[in-house]
Write a protein that binds this ligand. Structure first.
Ligand SMILES: C[S@@+](CC[C@H](N)C(=O)[O-])C[C@H]1O[C@@H](n2cnc3c(N)ncnc32)[C@H](O)[C@@H]1O
Length: 258
């Protein structure tokens, strides 16, 4: 991809998220809307990074790429870690910053590209991301950049979702249910942008795992996030719960060298 193509694509992606920033946290399974969801996310992030509010657990330097309104970054910071969080969209970062001020949880918010994060090489212990990789035009380029920013042996943890290929009537029902029940979360890219995103609408984590291995990550493995799925689905309206097939997964890997 040449520089002009890349810049155009990033501009279209940034515009879409700037436009969606004000509503983002109201969308179920994106914003954290209920206490049981908050507890489940906190438990998951603590399982990934450790809970540094306990004195015997190390405080990590963590980079959250594609932080959006900062959900994952804020949970990691609440668990006692030092977090830098980056996103292309100024409005998403503004919303995140606002939450940081309201909650008193400190995060270093920055505008930046996940495919070239504005932090020095070998400077962080963990790179985390949620719901980003599907929208990366060059996931292997991004993953290489994450590996370079990690200290030797550093942890990568990526959360995304599978889109099972459902029969057309079920797909239509899920979309209509989301509209009726107010939980619509379709992204709004033009079709020519969608066509440039290799991990969009994946059936599972396999393509992501391959991209991470190609980028030099070691010990790459995936698992489903059944507890989060169950808790979040319980808060969806009946129609959407019946029709929707989205399932979360976590993929972890290690930078070489420990
Ligand atoms: C679906 S949202 C996820 C936000 C957040 N991580 C979450 O879990 O709620 C995708 C986010 O990725 C951001 N994004 C897309 N491409 C990016 C890139 N190349 N670099 C940084 N951020 C990017 C968008 O601006 C948007 O905020």
């Amino acid at each position: 991809m040449n520089e002009d193509d890349r810049a155009q694509l990033k501009a279209a992606i940034t515009t879409a998220w700037d436009r969606g920033a004000a509503e983002y946290d109201r969308i179920p399974r994106h914003g954290i809307l209920h206490d049981d969801e908050r507890t489940a996310w906190r438990r998951l992030v603590a399982a990934i990074l450790g809970d540094a509010t306990h004195s015997e657990m190390p405080k990590l330097e963590v980079l959250d790429v594609g932080t959006g309104t900062g959900t994952l970054a804020l949970v990691a910071a609440e668990l006692g870690h030092d977090v830098i969080a980056i996103d292309l969209s100024e409005r998403m970062v503004l919303a995140a910053r606002r939450k940081s001020i309201e909650t008193g949880i400190a995060v270093d918010w920055r505008i930046g590209d996940a495919e070239d994060p504005p932090v020095p090489e070998a400077s962080v212990d963990a790179v985390i991301s949620r719901h980003l990789v599907w929208t990366l035009p060059e996931p292997v380029v991004a993953a290489r950049a994450w590996r370079e920013r990690l200290r030797p042996g550093g942890l990568l943890a990526v959360i995304d979702g599978s889109y099972p290929r459902q029969a057309a009537p079920l797909r239509l029902l899920a979309a209509a249910a989301a509209r009726i029940e107010g939980s619509e979360d379709e992204h709004e890219y033009p079709p020519e942008v969608d066509a440039r995103l290799p991990l969009l609408y994946q059936l599972g984590p396999e393509a992501l795992i391959a991209a991470l291995r190609e980028a030099g990550f070691e010990r790459v493995r995936a698992r489903g996030l059944a507890e989060i799925d169950r808790i979040e689905r319980a808060h969806l309206g009946l129609l959407q719960r019946t029709a929707d097939g989205w399932r979360r997964y976590l993929v972890v890997g290690r930078a070489p060298g420990s």
